[in-house]
Design a protein around this ligand. Structure first.
Ligand SMILES: [Fe+2]
Length: 354
């Protein structure tokens, strides 16, 4: 008989890196000459930001942040093992990885066979040493479940939500890190190599107007102020809700035990233009977190694409998919945690729904 578990986690790339490098995105931002000097001066930052920055540019704070994140991840992993899923469906963003100028699907099921995945491809690009001191070419196997993925796609399409599907990964590009890191972080001790469950990724175009314009990454203010060639938006938050509901209906009609996972951090400093990329929009994250804890779907369903982009919450579209599924199935929030940071790029949230 079908059964469903809902989880929310982070795929924060810097968690796979050493503490000395966890604040690197902020360090890069501080080199942007078009951000006002007084904004970049730590003496003008919030009390929390100053405390985290400390006298070692965030290395001590990184250790504390890692401990909080690992606690959240192990809580979610325990729920997963207790539930014993047949398959783990993951909503994650494709950050100019599989999908580029040729095509940007709003949603795409990756109906892959087992795939060998490079563990540290993104860290390599960022020139960050991995937290385990392992060789840079370390890899692990991500098990797929293509027939389940095809059935899921068919059900979602039949129920009226358009979704693309893919049978093969793009050549010459690392596996999308939202999904790779999900397996690594669920199996942190083993860097993903002992993870026992197949994964079916659903790529969500979270980056929308910035996916090609900024290659899903950081932009300099000189380029932003000169006028960017923005892309069309991604799917609206409400459409992500509808996708989540359609996926939930498909799963409920089947006979598998399925874990549905939203994989992403919340507001990202490097996307939060209004705060000069110096910190995430914690006020907006808190508002949505309070609504999540209260089971207040109305607040979530009223969020607009503009609000998401203005708060640097692009990747939260993955969480809108999860919340849609929990609403459809009447799943209850069993546990959650909000991990705030001012200097380590993004706030992170963990959640367990049953
Ligand atoms: Fe991401």
């Amino acid at each position: 008989m079908a059964d469903v578990l809902g989880l929310g986690i982070t795929h924060f790339p810097m968690l796979a890196g050493a503490d000395t490098h966890m604040a690197n995105l902020l360090k890069t931002t501080l080199k942007d000459p078009d951000i006002p000097a007084d904004r970049k001066d730590p003496r003008n930052w919030s009390v929390m930001a100053q405390r985290e920055w400390g006298d070692d540019q965030g290395t001590t704070a990184a250790g504390e942040h890692r401990a909080r994140l690992l606690a959240g991840l192990s809580r979610c992993r325990e729920a997963l093992d207790e539930f014993r899923p047949d398959v783990v469906v993951v909503w994650g963003d494709d950050q100019y990885e599989n999908f580029r100028e040729e095509v940007i699907p709003s949603f795409c099921v990756l109906a892959y066979d087992d795939t060998e995945v490079e563990a540290f491809a993104v860290l390599e690009k960022l020139r960050v040493p991995n937290a385990w001191g392992l060789p840079t070419d370390t890899s692990f196997r991500m098990r797929g479940l293509p027939n389940f993925a095809k059935q899921l796609t068919a059900d979602v399409l039949t129920s009226g939500v358009d979704i693309a599907y893919s049978y093969e990964q793009r050549k010459g590009v690392h596996f999308p890190h939202a999904f790779a890191n999900t397996q690594i972080f669920f199996d942190y001790e083993n860097v993903g190599r002992e993870f026992p469950y197949p994964i079916v990724p659903i790529a969500v175009n979270c980056y929308g107007e910035h996916v090609i314009a900024r290659h899903g990454g950081i932009a300099k203010f000189a380029d932003i102020q000169a006028g960017e060639r923005l892309d069309p938006p991604g799917p609206s938050p409400l459409r992500c809700y509808e996708l989540g509901r359609a996926v939930a209906r498909s799963v409920a009609a089947g006979n598998k035990r399925v874990a549905l996972v939203a994989s992403s951090s919340w507001s990202h400093a490097f996307l939060n233009d209004k705060h000069w990329h110096l910190r995430p929009d914690s006020e907006s994250d808190r508002r949505l977190y309070d609504a999540l804890v209260a089971g207040d779907h109305d607040t979530w369903r009223k969020v607009t694409t503009r609000e998401i982009i203005d708060s640097g919450q692009h990747e939260m579209l993955n969480w809108f998919c999860l919340l849609g599924a929990t609403q459809e199935l009447g799943l209850e929030l069993e546990w959650s945690d909000f991990v705030q940071t001012e200097i380590l790029n993004s706030n992170k949230v963990f959640a367990v729904y049953r």
